[in-house]
Every structure is written in C-alpha cells, then in structure tokens.
Design a protein around this ligand. Structure first.
Ligand code: PXP
Length: 247
C-alpha cells in the first residue's frame, strides 16, 4: 500500500486571498479552514497531513500548525526551509516528520529540489537536531545520484523525490526520460537505505504512472486534491486518490 500525505496549503491560500491581515485566521466569517479540511481528509483515509510553513507565511500560519497538532489524528509532516528559526519552531511543535525544502535561490539545485550537496553542513545540523528530538527528516531532492548519496551519508532517514520535472513533461517526449530518472533515483535511494517518498505535480491522471515507481512509500499530494474537492468535497477527493494510488 502506498500512503497518501494530503497537502492542505492551497486551502490556506484561498483563505489568505480574502483574509490576509484580518485579526483572526479562524472562526466567524473566516474561511476556508485548512485544519477543518485536514480533519475531513483524515476521516476519508489520508495517512498524514503535509503543511508548508513558508518564511513569507503566504498560506499556512504558525497558529494553523499548532491547531493542526491538536486536531490531527494521523501524522503531521512539516515542510520547511533549512533555517535556524524553522528548526527551532519544528523542535517546539514536534511533528512526526519534517521535509526540508528549498525556499531561497541559493538552496535550490538545477532541477528545483534542495541542494543537499551544496549545503551539507546546514542540512546535517538540521538532520541531527531532528534525529535527537525523534523527528524524521525527509529531504526534498531531485532524482540526482549525488544528492541522493549525500542525503544518505548525512543520515537522513527519508527523501522525497521531486516529481515536478516529470509532471511538467507529461505531454512532451521527455516524459519517459524523466520517469526513467525517477525510477533510477528511487532504486538508488532504496539501495542506500533511504525511505522513498515522492511529490509535486502529481494528479488524478499521472498518479497511474507514479504509483509504479519502485519502493515508493508515500506520495504527498496537494493541488489536485484541493481542486477536486471543490466539486466533490474533500472526503470523496481523498478516497478517489487513494483508490487510484492502490487500485
Ligand atoms: N511535496 C513538496 C515538497 C511540496 O513542496 C509540495 C507543494 O508544492 C507538494 C509535495 C505538493 O505538490 P502539489 O500541490 O503539486 O501536489
């Protein structure tokens, strides 16, 4: 069974579009509530909830993370930049896992994943702090052997393969090559002892291919589920995705 992490950031994006700067982020007229959405997603079978607390706070707010911690009955996966402030916050919140993602230009590798090789020491310090607190670290990287091997060397238990290049190539001749890269990356990561997750740009159509990736443990999916939920409701959207992931 491949597990599903539902990313609820886009629900917060809709809320912020209307209520940014409002005195409260929940209750009264303020909608939609990403935490309430997460609870419904869990009821429908989400195995975990993923949220990205961005430095610019463009969607999820700190208070959402604390509220989610109270309300969630599954696992929280906190996506974050590799900065001292975010590490401190994660150590206070203690999610089940953190996924380190690039936010500034210098952290980004050529394809868009985290440049673990280029900032070994920073990433190592983050992994060690999380390991000591019992929080699993996942590194959001491209299917690049150097990045994968460096992630394993630094003691990260998990990686999340960046599926964006493959998803963007869906209607192009490059798609097969992109999938072959993901496949080779998944095999290499598994051989190095890493748990292999994947995410970014996965949807109800391309999930048929990504679910065949070897050793994939969990898919983190946001945009397509939130979009589908506008028509079917979140519970049906989650059930449908889980059925397509594990037919
Ligand atoms: N994984 C990571 C690391 C992400 O940053 C995101 C959001 O951009 C996702 C997965 C989910 O991507 P999407 O919204 O395209 O499904």
């Amino acid at each position: 069974m491949i597990l599903l992490g539902v990313n609820i950031d886009h629900c917060a994006t809709v809320r912020q579009a209307r209520y940014r700067g409002y005195a409260r982020i929940e209750g009264g007229p303020v909608e939609p509530d990403p935490v309430a959405l997460a609870v419904c997603a869990e009821r429908a079978g989400a195995d975990g909830i993923t949220i990205h607390l961005r430095e610019d706070r463009r969607h999820i707010q700190e208070h959402d993370v604390w509220r989610l911690r109270e309300a969630s009955r599954t696992r929280i996966n906190l996506e974050m930049a590799c900065t001292p402030a975010m590490i401190e916050f994660a150590l206070k919140v203690k999610p089940a896992s953190v996924c380190v993602v690039p936010e500034s230009r210098e952290e980004i590798s050529t394809e868009g994943g985290l440049d673990v090789v280029g900032q070994r020491e920073r990433v190592k310090a983050c992994i060690e702090a999380m390991n000591a607190a019992g929080i699993s670290t996942s590194l959001f990287i491209d299917p690049d052997f150097a990045q994968i091997e460096c992630s394993a060397e630094l003691g990260a238990p998990w990686i999340e393969l960046h599926t964006g290049a493959w998803a963007n190539a869906w209607h192009t001749p490059e798609r097969a090559d992109e999938f072959a890269r993901l496949r080779a990356g998944a095999l290499r990561a598994h051989a190095a002892g890493l748990v292999v997750n994947a995410g970014h740009g996965i949807n109800y159509v391309n999930v048929a291919e990504i679910r065949t990736l070897p050793h994939v443990h969990e898919l983190n999916i946001g945009h397509t589920i939130i979009s589908r939920a506008l028509f079917t409701g979140i519970e049906e959207a989650v059930r449908e995705m889980k059925a397509r992931m594990n037919p």
